[in-house]
Design a protein around this ligand. Structure first.
Ligand SMILES: O=C[C@H](O)[C@@H](O)CC(=O)C(=O)O
Ligand SMILES: [Zn+2]
Length: 280
């Protein structure tokens, strides 16, 4: 079987504070998302967000149901966003083909039955990063190009956090029940994401870091603002950020990341800012 899944329980902040490096990585880091010819899921109990990766080779791959959702089809009671971080690819939803160039995303609504993933060129496989949350309504499937995303420029060169946030889900984009997803790109020399940091207990968040050189990494900061821990994150690895945790990081070089949230309230601006002097 080409579909695999792993379950992550929701850890409370006091328990997380007692964890060593291996334990933190086991609970919060997703090390292997993209394996050729495989569909790899991590089913998180934080807002039941499922985070996955698909890398189709010469043969296409289907979205198969997994035990934790308990439904006949994966999307019977869920919605999904796929973001392409590899070569060009095609996602077919109930017979309709959607071409995803690098950086394109697609929203796939609840009730969709047959979903297939394919690479246009097996020598340069597509890599579809998957995000899925429980849904209560059916919204139309829709391809979202980066040109349709809402752009927000933040930070400055002086503080090494000059970056552009591309909100793929916004008022004029695809409607979703829970998912809010976007991508953040840095100006040359800027390495700090999400600093000043924030928390939003209303929503969990997942970060996928990519476009990193082989020996580069991101020092990802997690934890309550006054009790932080770090994870060393390599290219194409993802982090589960609990609702109580900050999620910020600095790279040893250039990188891009996709952020995605699920939970209460799809208002992206509803965050609780953490004062710089409050971090410990
Ligand atoms: O809740 C929102 C997420 O943490 C990201 O939008 C933050 C981010 O991309 C950034 O500041 O660089
Ligand atoms: Zn956030």
């Amino acid at each position: 079987m080409s579909t695999d899944y792993d379950i992550r329980f929701a850890i409370d902040p006091v328990t997380a504070g007692t964890m060593n490096t291996d334990e933190l990585r086991e609970h919060f880091l997703i090390e292997e998302l993209f394996t050729l010819g495989g569909v790899n899921w991590t089913y998180s109990h934080y807002d039941r967000m499922a985070v996955g990766g698909v890398m189709p080779g010469a043969a296409g791959l289907a979205l198969e149901p997994i035990k934790p959702t308990g439904t006949e089809n994966f999307l019977d009671r869920r919605e999904l966003i796929a973001a392409n971080v590899g070569g060009a690819g095609t996602i077919t939803v109930d017979g309709v083909e959607h071409k995803l160039m690098p950086r394109d995303m697609i929203y796939i609504g609840m009730g969709s039955k047959a979903v297939q993933f394919a690479s246009d060129d097996a020598n340069e496989p597509a890599k579809f990063y998957l995000l899925s949350a429980p849904a209560h309504a059916r919204h139309p499937t829709r391809l979202i190009k980066i040109s349709e995303a809402k752009r927000l420029d933040l930070g400055s060169q002086e503080t090494a956090n000059e970056r552009s946030i591309f909100q793929f889900i916004h008022a004029d984009s695809a409607k979703t029940c829970q998912l809010v997803v976007g991508l953040t790109i840095f100006a040359p020399g800027s390495v700090w994401n999400t600093m000043p940091a924030h928390v939003h207990d209303r929503r969990m968040e997942a970060y996928l870091y990519f476009d990193l050189k082989p020996d580069a990494f991101v020092v990802h900061l997690m934890g309550e603002p006054d009790e932080t821990r770090h994870l060393i994150v390599r290219n194409e690895q993802a982090v589960l950020s609990p609702p109580w945790s900050i999620h910020s990081g600095a790279g040893t070089g250039a990188y891009t990341f996709i952020w995605a949230m699920a939970g209460d309230n799809v208002d992206y601006t509803d965050v609780d800012k953490v004062a710089m002097e409050a971090l410990r």
